[in-house]
Design a protein around this ligand. Structure first.
Ligand code: JD8
Length: 461
């Protein structure tokens, strides 16, 4: 590949005599030429700039000088030639751009200074059609000229050229590489430094565990530092363990419509959520009902239990009800309702539940619903754990809650498995009315790691 860099400060590019790029040039793997723009000036003051049309501060670089220079350095023949103009107002340079440029035959980098280069230079070569023109920026900060950007492009492109990097394999796992993830942290000797140890897995010799750890570290770093990159990840490239690692950082991969990783925030509900919660409840409750349940019964239940007025009441009384919502940029995707006892001795309302739920004080995880796209993503587990964590922080008559119970339709195996994965165990069954339909639920409880108090003790109190 041939790269020509044109600048009024050609010395700025001397760094490219060093290191891998310098060696690539000496090994003939890269034909890099640095030119002084003033070679193409036509006046004895070697002028490259003039005052801006339309007024304003500073000077603008002349198009005629640049035209002479670019025409001169553009290689003859049908090569793929790209004129690159660094500018703060350009498209953001990415590894994708660099990989594309590495396929060209010639790159010409026009390094501007002052207020920039007359816009007709880029316009002229675009119009010619035989040269690609790309105006690019390194990032959202202002430099004094294009030379730094030229250094970046030359190094980023050169290291992708065949034979420049000793071990091409090392190109694979890089940040911004094909995986679209940031790199995992790296370590070397000494194994202990400044009181800091190298992660044990890295000295375990277990290559599978090392690879897994590195993948999780890359996912975690990317989630913490570059959420934009997580959102751009191809879900097809994320296996179950990847998705669990992302879930731990609040990212979930919804099923359906391309399923791009989505940031989900779990937070306490507020009175403003009432209407959205009612809409979500109306959309999710029917999906948890067994197929034999009568549509009318379902609608009746929604009308009498899941209206905005019902949620407004729950949200207005945190001493009795705690609502958690799972929210994406697009809106609510899940929620839970925790019903707190008002006294240590308060028993679950239904006798068949009170008979099998004996811990006191005990709260009910009354509702836990997710939009179907987020079922199986790990979000249900996060919502349930956040809810039981909330319960563990509740004190009734100076006694911490000792357990949480719930009822879920006997036919809803997926829900039962999810609750079981999150610490709930089946303790019995209950009859549960939905409209005219009398259903059977399994009853599950989860002890909260506080000193257990049973119904008997509570009453004894
Ligand atoms: C080219 C002249 C300076 C810019 C007045 C300061 C790239 N990411 C980036 N930030 N800045 C540049 C850049 C700055 C340049 C030139 C690139 C030519 N300047 C000008 C406009 C405001 N001065 C860049 N790539």
């Amino acid at each position: 590949m041939r790269i020509d860099v044109v600048s009024i400060f050609p010395g700025y590019l001397q760094a490219l005599d060093l290191s891998l790029v310098g060696k690539a040039r000496r090994d003939g793997l890269l034909d890099l030429r640095v030119h002084d723009l003033r070679e193409w000036t036509t006046d004895r003051h070697r002028t490259v700039d003039d005052t801006p049309f339309g007024g304003g501060a500073g000077m603008v670089m002349r198009p005629d000088v640049w035209g002479l220079a670019v025409d001169d350095v553009l290689a003859e023949g049908p090569a793929r030639r790209v004129l690159l103009v660094p500018t703060p107002s350009g498209e953001r340079l990415t590894q994708r751009t660099v990989e594309d440029l590495a396929g060209a035959d010639q790159l010409v980098l026009a390094c501007g200074r002052y207020e920039g280069i007359d816009a007709r230079v880029a316009e002229n070569y675009r119009a010619r059609g035989d040269v690609e023109v790309r105006e690019f920026s390194l990032g959202d900060y202002v430099l004094n000229g294009g030379e730094v950007a030229a250094l970046v492009v030359v190094e980023a492109v050169a290291r992708l050229l065949p034979g420049v990097i000793g071990n091409p394999a090392s190109l694979v796992e890089e940040s911004h590489g094909t995986a679209g993830l940031l790199e995992y942290p790296v370590y070397t000797k000494p194994p202990s430094w400044a009181g800091l140890e190298v992660p044990e897995v890295l000295t375990s010799g277990h290559h599978g565990n090392v690879a897994r750890w590195r993948r999780e570290q890359a996912l975690a770093r990317t989630a913490e530092r570059r959420p934009d990159m997580v959102a751009a990840l191809d879900p097809a490239g994320l296996d179950r363990t990847d998705r669990a690692a992302l879930a731990a950082h609040g990212w979930f991969v919804p099923a359906g419509d391309g399923g791009a990783p989505t940031r989900v925030q779990v937070r306490p509900g507020t009175p403003d959520d009432a209407a959205a919660l009612a809409e979500l409840a109306a959309a999710t409750f029917p999906l948890a009902c067994p197929p034999h349940m009568d549509e009318a019964d379902i609608e009746a239940h929604i009308a009498t239990h899941l209206g905005a007025e019902h949620f407004a009441a729950y949200l207005a009384d945190p001493s009795r009800y705690r609502v958690l919502v799972a929210e994406t940029a697009a809106g609510l995707v899940g929620y839970t309702l925790l019903v707190l006892p008002l006294s240590v001795a308060e028993a679950p309302e239904a006798d068949d539940v009170a008979a099998v739920v004996t811990q006191r004080p005990v709260a009910e995880l009354s509702k836990c619903y997710l939009l179907p796209a987020f079922q199986g993503t790990g979000l249900a587990g996060v919502l349930v754990r956040e809810t039981t964590t909330t319960a563990a922080g509740v004190v009734v008559e100076d006694r911490p809650l000792s357990a949480v119970w719930l009822g879920t339709n006997r036919s809803n195996r997926r829900a039962q498995r999810s609750y079981a994965r999150n610490g709930f165990t089946v303790v019995g069954t209950r009859r549960y009315r939905v409209g005219q339909s009398l259903e059977e639920d399994v009853v599950m409880t989860m002890p909260l790691d506080v000193p257990q108090t049973t119904a008997v003790d509570a009453v004894a109190r």
